[in-house]
Design a protein. Structure first.
Length: 284
């Protein structure tokens, strides 16, 4: 069985030096299973129970990508979550490790083979608990939203399949009961960008990643509304002033203003969200 490429937090194939020293957390370190042996001592620990994302892709070198930067990158380096890209190519057929074939019934493009994908999925899901989601990034899937991100953040981890070409053999989806998820109503050349966007939305909800948990409670979609406008110094910029209420120091008035702004922005920009919010209020 081809070995999965395990991507250690904060490390890359080209550079195995840590970016910054990790925080000490001796009581929370653990050794987790991997199909490829890992060093017993690494500069980037994986904390016990850390959320783990496994991504089946033809382009494992695309990861961590932007996920290795800023707060998600620091959390990755400190072991708050782990990322394991799984190269699909080694699971391919024949001398050239073919992963796709022509569509049954004819048509343009190529389709990912079920035998190849099945082997990769079996490897990726080995040893995972029953509540470990298996997702396929597909434009025909359920649209990803903040509620889904919050739900996924409560799981021990997830496996994501990045589609390519004309997609994946339907028998694989049916056999494994895979959940198809879409980033939006548009088509990408592959699932890698969508996977990184979704993982960013999920990982930032993991406790300790952002540092300030209150920041996730007042942002867009947290209460079904888009976020209110934000301002900062200088108080006057190019003849434009910060709204007076925000400079008043009156927390009650500020909260009312922000709520009113969020409602107006949601009503005008996202009538679908506004309809769902007001319908829910009418039903309660």
């Amino acid at each position: 069985m081809p070995a999965r490429i395990a991507y250690e937090a904060g490390m890359s194939n080209a550079d195995d030096t840590p970016k910054t020293p990790p925080a000490r957390s001796l009581g929370r370190k653990s050794i987790s299973a991997s199909l490829q042996p890992r060093a017993l001592i690494t500069p980037t620990p994986r904390l016990k129970g850390a959320f783990t994302a496994r991504v089946i892709t033809l382009f494992p070198q695309a990861f961590p990508g932007v996920l290795g930067e800023s707060l998600t990158g620091k959390a990755l380096q400190h072991g708050l979550w782990a990322l394991e890209p799984i190269d699909l190519r080694p699971f391919g057929e024949g001398k050239h490790r073919n992963v796709d074939d022509t569509p049954a019934g004819g048509g343009a493009g190529m389709v990912l083979r079920p035998d190849v994908m099945g082997r990769a999925i079996d490897s990726a899901m080995a040893g995972t608990p029953g509540d470990w989601p298996l997702l396929y990034l597909s434009p025909r899937g359920k649209r990803f939203d903040q509620a889904m991100a919050r739900d996924l953040a409560t799981k021990p981890g997830l496996t994501m399949i990045c589609g390519r070409f004309e997609g994946m053999d339907q028998r694989v989806i049916d056999h494994y009961g895979i959940q198809e998820v879409s980033l939006g109503d548009f088509v990408l050349t592959g699932g890698e960008i969508a996977a990184q966007a979704m993982l960013d939305a999920v990982v930032r909800l993991i406790p300790g990643v952002l540092g300030n948990e209150a920041s996730t409670e007042e942002e867009s979609f947290s209460e079904g509304l888009l976020e209110h406008p934000q301002y900062t110094r200088p108080a006057r910029w190019r003849d434009l002033d910060i709204p007076e209420v925000l400079m008043s120091g009156h927390h009650g008035r500020i909260a009312e203003w922000r709520r009113a702004q969020a409602e107006e922005i949601t009503r005008t920009r996202r009538p679908d969200l506004w309809h769902a919010l007001t319908k829910g209020a009418d039903d309660s």
